[in-house]
Design a protein around this ligand. Structure first.
Ligand code: 5AD
Length: 347
């Protein structure tokens, strides 16, 4: 089994059957060997600096009805909000003052987030803070829209594919949505020139080891610059409210496998991982993650942006908590990197 890890590290690839063996293996020695190799690769590429991204949750209104997501359209219990232009700019100003050089604007597929509104906003952020990267995470839009936003100054786009299996995709999503469209969006984003991020939830209902292997193969082939993975966490007011959460252990293992498959990718230790486990962030970093995304949304809105129950949005997960994050990182020999942390192609 160690030989599989060595080969995965050397070739940045592994046949499906062997990926499956590695994934389903339960030997703690192998798990630790995989983790250590992934950590070494991350250290070789990025050193001990962890990139930070200020996360601004601009709207929790959404036209979609994804079965796992707490801000799905049919959740009448969600308190809806949308940040106005000035509020978003204030968040950026605060993030900049704290030293952040990447702003991530994430939101539901809110029809009020028109191209006109967003290009103006992105353009203004780009003019005021030209040294900052602008990341968008606003779901599926037209290629023309992605292009207009890129021209206005956006550099990066996060759009998880969630699962590469069409049937599993249909289990997670409403009928109007399709995997085909999702993948088309991803290809368009890359073609336009965005640093593009994709990824999955670990332990989503219906997910099997074979499906995860297919996701890994898709990611290896698509070569995203960023990879977001976190455990599925149920939200009580969704159809999946009674489903079990994904496993921290499997998420950490997948972080390591992804680090070995895509050595120079930007991979966050996600909020969902930190939500399920108090030391999730550190476990993720020690398994090969190299990014954290502290929450920069206005504190009152943070608790309304609930994709799942119990979201960590304060302390080390918050922009105000950068000092505690730095201390937490220092305890294990890491530190915050204040660099804007663009993707750099390396061997
Ligand atoms: N648990 C974990 N992650 C979730 N997401 C949405 N709902 C949940 C949930 N219940 C993730 C999706 C989406 C990202 C923004 O949040 O993968 O792409």
């Amino acid at each position: 089994m160690k030989e599989l890890v060595d080969r995965l590290r050397r070739n940045q690839a592994l046949p499906a059957e062997e990926l499956r063996r590695l994934l389903t293996d339960n030997d703690p020695t192998i798990r630790e060997y995989l983790r250590r190799n992934a950590q070494e690769v991350a250290l070789a590429h990025f050193g001990r600096g962890i990139f930070i991204r200020g996360l601004i949750e601009i709207s929790n209104r959404c036209r979609n009805d994804c079965r796992y997501c707490g801000i799905r359209r049919s959740n009448r219990l969600a308190t809806r909000y949308r940040l106005d232009r000035q509020t978003v700019l204030d968040c950026c100003a605060e993030g900049y003052r704290l030293g952040m050089r990447t702003f991530v604007m994430q939101g539901g597929e809110d029809p009020a987030l028109t191209d006109a509104f967003l290009t103006d906003l992105v353009g203004e952020i780009h003019r005021r803070w030209p040294d900052c990267a602008i990341t968008l995470s606003l779901g599926e839009r037209s290629e023309a829209s992605y292009r207009a936003l890129f021209e206005a100054g956006a550099n990066r786009y996060l759009l998880r594919h969630e699962t590469i299996d069409p049937d599993h995709y249909r289990l997670l999503h409403p009928e109007e949505m399709s995997l085909e469209n999702r993948v088309q969006c991803l290809r368009a984003l890359k073609k336009i020139g965005y640093q593009t991020g994709t990824g999955i939830m670990v332990g989503s209902p219906g997910q099997t080891p074979d499906l995860i292997v297919k996701d890994l193969q898709f990611i290896a082939e698509f070569k995203p610059q960023m990879i977001g993975i976190g455990p599925f966490i149920p939200h009580r007011d969704t159809p999946f409210g009674q489903e079990p959460a994904g496993s921290v252990e499997l998420t950490v293992k997948l972080l390591s496998i992804l680090r070995l498959l895509c050595p120079s990718a930007l991979i966050p230790a996600t909020t969902a991982l930190a939500t399920l486990s108090g030391d999730g962030r550190i476990l993720g970093i020690q398994a090969g993650a190299n990014v954290v995304m502290p929450n920069l949304s206005p504190p009152d809105e943070r608790s309304k942006y609930n994709l799942y129950n119990g979201k960590a949005a304060f302390g080390c997960e918050a922009a105000e908590g950068l000092d505690s994050l730095e201390r937490e990182l220092e305890k294990v020999g890491y530190h915050i990197s204040w660099d804007r942390g663009d993707y750099i192609e390396q061997d």
